[in-house]
Structure formats: structure tokens, C-alpha cells
Design a protein. Structure first.
Length: 138
């Protein structure tokens, strides 16, 4: 894989994460509405299992961008703890395994970030042997 493909994938993932969950307030009732997510979990799975290097780079960028965001306790309600030395490909492989083996048809219709946030929290739980601890972002 070309380094520029990987960088393009990371840049794309960051754009998705920034724009995918934008919240807008309606003047009178201040009701928040979320903007539709860029990728569904099924679309992400297709990218991750594609034969095209650039599509797999987008997959890796999206997943590693999401995982990096979840590792930041200031940004995440569900912090994750990825062990030192874990490669981005290791994280992607676990996510692809989950999408292939555990996700059902309804899961694959969900926005990818909405499904994978909790999945990453279980795969890389900061409190082994206990359920992930959901906290308010600081």
C-alpha cells in the first residue's frame, strides 16, 4: 500500500468523524438533530474486504481514526485501551472479524461509527473482566 493511500484514508476518516456527527439546534426547542453518517457498517465492511488497496486504506483510516478518538478520554464517553504495540492492522482485523462473524443484517445498516464505538469498547476494554465503563466526556 502506498503511504499516500494510507494518509488519504486517515484524512477521510477524520473528515467523516468531524462531519458525521454534527449537531444542529432548532431555535425554539433546542432539539438536537444528528446529520446522517457518511458510511454504514456494511459499506465499511465492503471497503475493508475490497481487493483495491485504496479502498482498504479508507477502511483502515476510518477504523484507526475512530479508535484514536475513543482513546481520548476528553472526547469519548467510552474510552478504549489499545495495548502498546498493537498495530492498526490488528485493530482493523478485529473489527472486520466482528462485522463478518457477529454483526447481523440490521447491524450492517447502522452508521459505522455508531456500531463500532461500542464494539471497540468491548474489544479494547479498559477494565478487563468487567463491562466497559461509560462516562461523560470532560
Amino acid at each position: 500500500m502506498c503511504p499516500s493511500d494510507w494518509l488519504r484514508g486517515v484524512a477521510c476518516a477524520l473528515m467523516v468523524m468531524v462531519s458525521g456527527q454534527v449537531m444542529a439546534a432548532d431555535g425554539a426547542d433546542q432539539a438536537a438533530k444528528s446529520v446522517r453518517s457518511f458510511w454504514r457498517a456494511g459499506q465499511l465492511y465492503e471497503l475493508c474486504t475490497s481487493k483495491a488497496d485504496n479502498e482498504r486504506a479508507h477502511c483502515e483510516g476510518f477504523i484507526t481514526g475512530l479508535a484514536s478518538t475513543l482513546q481520548d478520554a476528553q472526547l469519548s464517553r467510552v474510552p478504549i485501551c489499545i495495548p502498546k504495540g498493537t498495530s492498526s492492522q490488528d485493530v482493523v482485523s478485529k473489527v472486520v472479524w466482528y462485522l463478518r462473524e457477529k454483526a447481523d443484517a440490521d447491524d450492517l445498516k447502522l452508521p459505522a461509527a455508531n456500531l463500532l464505538g461500542p464494539v471497540l469498547a468491548f474489544l479494547y476494554n479498559c477494565t478487563p473482566g468487567q463491562p466497559p465503563k461509560f462516562t461523560q466526556p470532560r
